[in-house]
Design a binder for this molecule. Sequence first.
Ligand code: MG
Length: 205
Amino acid sequence: MIPDLPADIDQIKGFLAADEAQALFEQALRASTMGPVLEIGSYCGKSTIYLGLACRTNNSTVFALDHHRGSEEHQQGEFFHDPDLYDAGEGVMDTFREFRRNMRRAGLDEVVVPVVAGSEAAARHWQTPLAMVFIDGGHSLEAALTDYRCWMPHLMRGGVLAIHDLFDDPHKGGQAPYAVYRMALASGLFESLGQVNSLGLLLRL
Ligand code: MG
């Protein structure tokens, strides 16, 4: 049971299973005693709420990074496209409006700091050590590798790297997050904290 979890959390758009949400919350609760948490790929903020509630307990911060233009699979004509999140006037996806609404309703405006940018642009002048990095951005190999390369150097020792959407069977989903997960493990810089559903958890040594 997570205190202050919005009653309508299951109505919030997103792709996060209940056991994964619980695991994210628990990892963030421990990690955020050491520093802030960075989430890559916030979408409408479902996972951000779990991270935010954990960080609020420790007076910490979630940096919620997303360009809010949707990943490849969210674009018009793609499988995960949601017309409610399409800005027809501009002809682009816009998940930021929905994200802000969800943060305000969850009472997390003072805990969650949105960073509306691409991964590379946001990382360019980043200096703050991070206690947890949650990679849940684009699923192309290029996007997933960019997220890892840009942010892994900022993860402090003893911090947690969480990677969403690990599928060992290619029929269940794209292989890029899993490739990055295996690369991180093979680097010798991490120890496995196990896997919850499709969420991989690694401890930075
Ligand atoms: Mg995901």
